[in-house]
Design a protein around this ligand. Sequence first.
Ligand SMILES: [Zn+2]
Length: 276
Amino acid sequence: MRSVGCGPDVVEMFGPVLKRLPIWVTLDDSDERLPRLLGLLKQHGVKWSEFRRDRYTDDELEAARLIFMDVHDAMDGIFAGPRVGTRYDMSEACSSCGSGARQTSAMFVDGERLQSLEGKRAAPTWYHDILVDEKLAGALADSGATGLSFRGVFAAFEKRAQFQLPWQQLYATHTLPRMSPRSTGIDLPQPCPCGRSCFGTFWEIPPRLAYRASDLADACDVNVTWEWFGYVKFNGDVSDSVLAYPWFLVTPKVWRIFRDAGVTGFDWMPIRVVEE
Ligand SMILES: [Zn+2]
């Protein structure tokens, strides 16, 4: 790695996993080290996968109508949701995939994994719920951001013990209409008949969201997509399910509050507004 100029500033190591040492290298696609690195990998017969995402400047984010707040690595967050005791109203949810489930309780997180929240101001759950510390929740509330409410966060343990944490869950009260079909980089491998879930993304193609201008007339500062993303495991029993989740789309005003709090762990991508 060092022979092609890739040091600790761009290289992250994990593991070892199964006697291998997974390495994550982050480079701009115009970085001259990239062709040298790929040449080195080919020379040694090393296999690799490419994960491509767009990066935006603060000026581009400031100018956005809405910004997709993407969870960079959900597994860096905390295990939570229905299997930890969070409750949902399924009366308007799809009976096949559970999309449209409405959370009715506080968010319960795995009390054995609280170290996943240590040292952070904001963190995702494994299922893309967004948690913020109380000070950041206060800043968001004081900003008067529309479309936002909060839910308490509780650590849950076996034997039903639980206690409240100094965290809040962001809860969006506004769901946007469907995305424009001009959105790109969105995968729908095996759609549920309801058409609302099983959306995903590709490793090698950055997601770029588009919305019709007329569909944004009622947008708030905090919104969720109509589409639900991610893996689903649902057989009618919510307490044993893995539910999909909508994505959060926020205004620059909300992004600024996260930026000023020094939050990391999220990728921010402006949506494109189209006429049709
Ligand atoms: Zn469905």
